[in-house]
Design a protein around this ligand. Structure first.
Ligand code: MN
Length: 248
């Protein structure tokens, strides 16, 4: 994808973790879609938009309300792209269409204002989390996904809820080091894609890191999570900025 329009503004966000039991985040995100996000010509959502995703056949009013908010933004003129996270990787084309979003590959290379940018959720960079990477491989296989999708909706809802509780406690026990990105994997990604700028989420550590890649200065922008505030990156021809909005 190429965006050569000099006037355009692009937003990136991730790790919203929308869930029915966090209504203040839902309100903050819907307000973002109705207000701030309208200033952007393009919005990239880099994964974990939802705390978990049980299937596009989820008939809860909650997921319908989010789809409606996204759809209204896209009808207003903002192009929305979505990359799967480790929590909402089952989100499919059916829901994406309802929400007016286009799903991109899990790692993508885009061009913005003359720069090549790697975009991804970021979980693949955390290679020290061996247990998770094993689960990731399994859960991306067709047979695992076919098995899950064949289960009744109420069973999937129960599994997701149990998994969420389990992963919350497991995360708490893992060392900070395991949960962050692996430097060699970051460098490998910069080299593979021949790029000097990367944007991702996942780690809940918003920051702009300077990375030396074969003697060149690269930058890795980490998007913040939506826990205590709204969080996104504004990107235009003059540069980029991590922005926040308070919970109402
Ligand atoms: Mn994640």
């Amino acid at each position: 994808m190429t965006n050569t329009n000099e006037q355009s503004v692009t937003y990136f966000s991730a790790v919203v973790h929308l869930a029915q039991n966090r209504p203040e985040i839902t309100a903050c995100f819907l307000s973002f879609l109705r207000n701030d996000a309208r200033n952007a010509q393009t919005l990239y959502i880099l994964g974990d938009l939802f705390e978990y995703w049980i299937g596009d056949d989820d008939d809860s009013p909650f997921v319908a309300e989010i789809a409606q908010g996204l759809k209204q933004l896209s009808e207003h003129g903002t192009v929305i792209y979505f990359i799967h996270g480790n929590r909402d990787f089952l989100l499919g084309k059916k829901y994406a269409k309802k929400a007016g979003m286009t799903i991109l590959p899990e790692v993508d290379l885009i061009e913005l204002y003359g720069q090549q940018i790697i975009i991804m959720h970021g979980d693949t960079l955390c290679t020290k989390d061996v247990g998770y990477q094993k689960f990731r491989t399994k859960s991306r296989s067709w047979w695992w996904q076919a098995m899950i999708k064949s289960l009744p909706l109420f069973i999937r809802r129960k599994i997701a809820e149990d998994y969420r509780k389990q992963s919350a406690s497991a995360t708490a026990m893992k060392s900070q080091d395991i949960m962050d990105v692996t430097d060699t994997e970051v460098e490998r990604s910069f080299v593979t894609h021949n790029s000097l700028l990367m944007i991702h989420g996942h780690t809940h550590r918003p920051n702009i890191h300077h990375v030396n890649v074969n003697g060149k200065q690269a930058k890795r922008i980490v998007l913040g999570d939506w826990y205590d505030q709204g969080a996104w990156l504004k990107f235009d021809k003059d540069g980029y900025q991590l922005l926040n909005s308070p919970l109402k």
